[in-house]
Design a protein around this ligand. Structure first.
Ligand code: FEO
Ligand code: CA
Ligand code: CA
Length: 550
């Protein structure tokens, strides 16, 4: 244990951190109501009772071991890895898994569907190198498209062994891929800007995502440019937030263009105080913006999945952090900004709302959106509705370790158009983590974050201190707020992605993406994770972590 970790460990043992200790010791100025009313108010505000995860673990030290390393008392089962057959039809699990989301079957915490994103493919491990003409063959392109998108798998915890397994006899298990037909919804549907398309081919580059209030999944198309180009597809058909119902193959899979087209990391849904739907989103590239969409109409729980139409009409906003305002991205605001700046090219480009959503990043900068340091995952705190944004890093101006920003919406209303913000935690030696990426909350108000240091830079130079990528737990309130405790370490050259809990928080699903990514030759593998019998290469896979105690 390093000196820094020892200090943190002592701190946390000393305070006996538990949810209600934290909650009752005060949430700070952000949530005066909770401080005033104590425990009961806290539970009421959170919308759920505390579960079992908390900080009941002894943090691990950074390590470069080729395994998923966990604190003592925790274990992992590999539930699915690249190439595994997932159903009777013979569909297979895609490559480079990212976002996971558990959907209980009959409210079970031991059997459910798991949605899993598949973000990108690999020449070496999946479809092979380009031909002498610099192109892939149609068969290679088909493989590249099939192994991205998403998987719906059925998973269960075997009663006898307590091991999580894949149920390949599932009636739900299926794939959504770069070959699946999608509909477009919203302002860009059928517009000139997308070549008049109302239906498009497939989804790929699926990074993180989110859950809707009506129990469907949103998945974010991130770095779509490469696959679109290699496959000869129109790139305006990608870079959207897609929606899928894992339980219903007849629910037409769709892309919601009202939410903008950019390098979408994820989509975090909440409600305004007057009942409209809000979706927060990051654009994962250097010097890109943070967005939120607010629906025109209100959420009506009894409408169930018909609420999906809320994502077709509303206003998209971009954050101006200098002014603390959310600026509407409408054709009127964009054209006004272009006129004020005497920018004739922009006036030519932005003539309809379809143009604004399709070329969203450019429109956002025109109206004063603040360029930030790779905004990745966004999560809304279930405690106080502050909004956490992972700004992974931006080496072009010296932010090598990133930070987590916290937006505080005026009047704690996600519908507010003004906000303040703070830097909640900063990466670096002092905190023990670098490059925060995906985020998720537990019911104690702890923020779980995984890190995304580039695999080519791991264990070298300024990243030596952190060893492999990892997972950290950061309390968001109490005296340990902002302190990071390491919970997991990734295999060699891998990134841990897409953490999601079962509702009772006894199991944590986590994707292990790109183990052995720097391998140049199949005879000289840099990682062999998950070390399964008979495997001749590393395989991205999803693990189920258990051992959480009450
Ligand atoms: Fe796919 Fe931004 O990570
Ligand atoms: Ca990510
Ligand atoms: Ca990433």
């Amino acid at each position: 244990m390093t000196e820094l970790n020892r200090r943190k460990f002592l701190t946390y043992v000393g305070t006996g951190v538990t949810a209600l200790t934290v909650a009752s010791t005060g949430l700070g100025a952000l949530t005066p109501k909770v401080e005033a009313k104590g425990k009961e108010a806290a539970n009421e505000l959170f919308g759920f009772n505390k579960k079992v995860s908390g900080l009941n673990f002894k943090p691990i030290a950074p390590t470069s071991k080729d395994d998923v390393v966990l604190p003592q008392g925790y274990k992992y089962d590999v539930v699915a890895a690249y190439g595994d057959v997932i159903n009777a039809k013979g569909d297979t699990f895609g490559f480079n898994n990212d976002f996971t989301l558990y959907f209980p079957i009959n409210n079970s915490n031991t059997r459910g569907l798991l949605w899993v994103n598949h973000e990108y493919s690999s020449e070496l491990f999946v479809h092979g190198a380009r031909g002498a003409d610099g192109k892939y063959t149609p068969a290679q392109i088909e493989k590249m498209l099939y192994n991205q998108g998403g998987s719906i798998i059925e998973v269960y915890r075997d009663g006898k062994e307590g091991t999580w397994k894949l149920d390949t006899s599932s009636k739900y298990a299926r794939r959504v891929t770069g070959l699946t037909p999608f509909s477009l919804t919203g302002p860009a549907r059928g517009s000139k800007t997308v070549n008049s398309a109302t239906d498009v081919q497939g989804t790929f580059a699926n990074c993180s995502g989110g859950k809707t209030l009506w129990n469907t999944v949103l998945s974010a198309e991130e770095n779509f440019e490469y696959t679109a180009k290699d496959a000869g597809l129109n790139d305006t058909h990608y870079g959207w937030i897609i929606e899928v119902d894992p339980f219903d193959p007849n629910f037409k899979v769709r892309k919601h263009t009202a939410l903008g087209r950019f390098n979408h990391e994820n989509a975090a849904m909440g409600l305004t105080n007057d009942g409209r739907v809000v979706v927060y989103m990051g654009d994962d590239k250097k010097d890109a913006c943070v967005y939120k969409f607010i629906s025109k109409n209100k959420y009506v729980a009894s409408r169930g999945k018909a609420n999906s139409d809320l994502l077709e009409e509303g206003t998209l906003y971009v954050a101006n952090m200098g002014k603390g305002t959310w600026v509407p991205l409408t054709v009127e605001t964009v054209r006004k900004a272009a006129t004020d700046k005497k920018n004739n090219a922009a006036l030519e480009k932005f003539q309809t709302q379809a143009d604004v959503v399709v070329f969203c990043h450019e429109a956002a900068l025109l109206v004063g959106g603040t360029p930030t340091d790779r905004p990745e995952d966004v999560e809304i705190s279930p405690f106080d509705k502050t909004v956490f944004i992972a700004h992974t890093n931006n080496d072009s101006h010296g932010n090598f370790h990133g930070h987590i920003t916290r937006f505080i919406e005026a009047k704690s209303d996600l519908g507010s158009l003004t906000f303040d913000f703070e830097i909640f935690a900063a990466g670096g030696k002092q905190s023990g983590f670098s490059a925060p990426d995906n985020l998720t909350f537990d019911s104690y108000g702890n923020l779980w974050t995984v890190t995304d240091m580039s695999s080519s830079k791991l264990n070298q130079g300024i990243y030596t201190h952190f060893a492999n990528n990892g997972m950290f737990v950061i309390p968001t309130m109490g005296k340990d707020a902002g302190e990071a405790y390491q919970f997991a370490s990734a295999p060699i050259e891998a990134e841990l992605t897409g953490p999601s809990f079962t509702p009772d928080e006894t199991t944590l699903f986590l994707a292990v993406q790109h183990p052995g990514e720097e391998t140049e030759n199949l005879n000289n593998l840099t990682s062999k994770w998950p070390h399964r019998k008979g495997d001749t290469m590393p395989r991205p896979g999803v693990v189920a972590i258990t051992g959480f105690k009450k």
